[in-house]
Design a binder for this molecule. Structure first.
Ligand SMILES: [Zn+2]
Length: 510
């Protein structure tokens, strides 16, 4: 299994920190080449059973949403992708502890809540719930969600440690800041320096008394005319601003500290995989490295850094500030979850993904091709077929190879479509037996548990229309265009319209 690491800018072999057992994985593959995927009764899992129990544990953290509004489809790319990462690694025999934080205290939340005249924590709670519903509807089921406000104590503990080690300083009536001069390695993830932080600081990090330009806020003080009460539950809202009572004074966490406080609490000062959107590399992830390595003195904080590229809409990156996005909630009303998952996984995660109607249409056709194929399997009763067995084994092998190569989901899909293409003629000529169907169903189920793209519901196009669509396809292939247009009109008279895409025709009710 190889993963592209943003920190080293190379593809590296995945070796879990806890039990470096990738070697055993490789040995198992060498010892049992047949177990790799050629044995049609074995699962997708590459190694033998003893390998599966010894592959090791992977601790993975992905930056979650700031819950001030519905999330957009660009955010969903990150969350669906890492859901696939966790599910695939688990399918291969790794134990994966996957955590995602929920930023439920933040300037954006405070601002929105103030505008609406509401309590910021209630506001965050409402959108946290909406976020989790969206994730459930998208079949994202692998992470544990950890809200930041449940870990204020850990945040304060980490800030205190940074103060003790002289990495942090106080600006009166403002807050505690990280002193970047104390961490010369700042910039090692992004290749950027603190002087270049201008475009990336938020309001919370601005103060002209800072020692260095890129110094960022760890604990923002909030002025409260009330005796300081210390404790996790000592919480006040002053002028709409939430504040927790702490030995540092009334205040709230800075932008970057919640993640390292949470991961140190659950994983310790070092762990395996940290993921997020590309836009978080600088300054957010850079700051996380700075904080945690300074606090613990242990390096590297994270072994593998993985970043998901943007969605591209008319050459602009998709972001909330540009307003050129659709929310997941809106898109789920238009498309089944399988279509959205297929769309989000149809491009390699490190490449930009086009955001256009055509892309959704193509995904829809791709999904119906898979669905049609699965439905056909129910009727099969031919004789056993060795060629078909070979195709199934081959598809399984290619799927694993694609995923092992830095989670190349488009190639994984390609292996599935190649299998469909190879088996379709055998289905038509009734040359597929029950044994193949059994193996095939098993493989499809395993793939679906990872990618989540096989619809449960059956297609609802009437038989008559489907037959006409097939007839038209045949005519088009034979270049009888005039006749194919006539068939198209017949289809339209029945209340359906047909649209041609790179995956084949798509049928919609008019
Ligand atoms: Zn984060």
């Amino acid at each position: 299994m190889n993963i592209y690491n943003t920190l080293t800018k190379t593809k590296e072999r995945l070796i879990p920190r806890l039990r470096g057992a990738e070697a055993r994985y490789g040995e198992a593959k060498a010892r049992h080449p047949s177990a790799d995927s050629t044995d049609s009764t074995s699962s997708l899992q590459a190694g033998s059973s003893q390998a599966s129990s010894g592959l090791g544990k992977i601790q993975m953290f992905v930056c979650g949403p700031t819950v001030y509004d519905y999330i957009h489809i660009g955010n969903a790319r990150t969350f669906v992708f890492f859901d696939v990462v966790a599910k695939y690694l688990r399918s291969q025999g790794y134990e994966v502890d996957y955590i995602q934080n929920i930023t439920d205290i933040d300037d954006k939340i405070i601002k929105r809540a103030q505008e609406a005249g509401q309590n910021p924590l209630d506001w965050a709670k409402e959108y946290r719930q909406k976020f989790e519903e969206d994730m459930k509807d998208l079949e994202v089921s692998s992470p544990r969600y950890i809200p930041a406000t449940d870990h204020i104590k850990q945040v304060v503990g980490q800030v205190k440690k940074l103060i003790e080690k002289k990495h942090a300083y106080l600006i009166e009536n403002d807050g505690y800041y990280f002193d970047l001069k104390t961490f010369p390695e700042y910039g090692k993830l992004s290749g950027r320096k603190s002087e270049m932080a201008d475009d990336a600081v938020t309001r919370i990090d601005e103060n002209d008394k800072k020692r260095n330009k890129g110094d960022f806020c760890l604990w923002k003080l909030v002025k409260i005319d009330k005796e300081l009460e210390i404790g996790n539950s000592k919480f006040e809202i002053a002028n709409g601003e939430p504040a927790w009572g702490s030995p540092l004074g009334w205040g709230r966490p800075g932008w970057h500290i919640e993640d390292t406080a949470i991961t140190e609490h659950f994983f310790g000062p070092q762990y395996d995989i940290h993921g997020g959107g590309q836009d978080l590399i600088f300054p957010h992830h850079e700051a996380e490295i700075t904080q945690q390595e300074s606090a613990s003195g242990k390096k590297p904080f994270v072994k593998y850094w993985m970043h998901v590229a943007f969605l591209i809409n008319k050459d602009q990156k998709m972001s909330k500030s540009l307003g050129n996005f659709e929310t997941v909630n809106e898109l789920l009303k238009k498309y089944p979850k399988e279509v959205l998952r297929f769309y989000l996984l149809s491009s390699y995660y490190r490449s930009p993904l086009d955001y256009s109607d055509m892309m959704f249409k193509q995904s829809r056709v791709a999904i119906s091709r898979i669905a049609e194929f699965v439905q056909k399997l129910e009727k099969i009763n031919g004789a056993d077929n060795k060629t078909a067995d070979q195709h199934i084994k081959e598809a399984k092998k290619k799927f694993v190879e694609a995923m092992d190569n830095d989670f190349n989901t488009p190639e994984a899909f390609a292996s599935l479509f190649e299998l469909i293409r190879n088996l379709n003629p055998l289905i038509v000529s009734n040359e597929l037996g029950k044994e193949q169907v059994k193996n095939l169903t098993k493989l499809l189920t395993e793939i679906d548990e990872i990618l989540g793209v096989i619809p449960e519901e059956k297609q609802k196009t009437p038989q008559e229309v489907e037959e006409l669509v097939e007839k038209r396809e045949k005519l088009r292939q034979d270049k009888h265009y005039a006749e194919s247009d006539e068939v198209r009109s017949e289809i339209e008279k029945l209340g359906f319209q047909i649209e041609d895409t790179m995956y084949g025709p798509v049928i919609n009710r008019k």
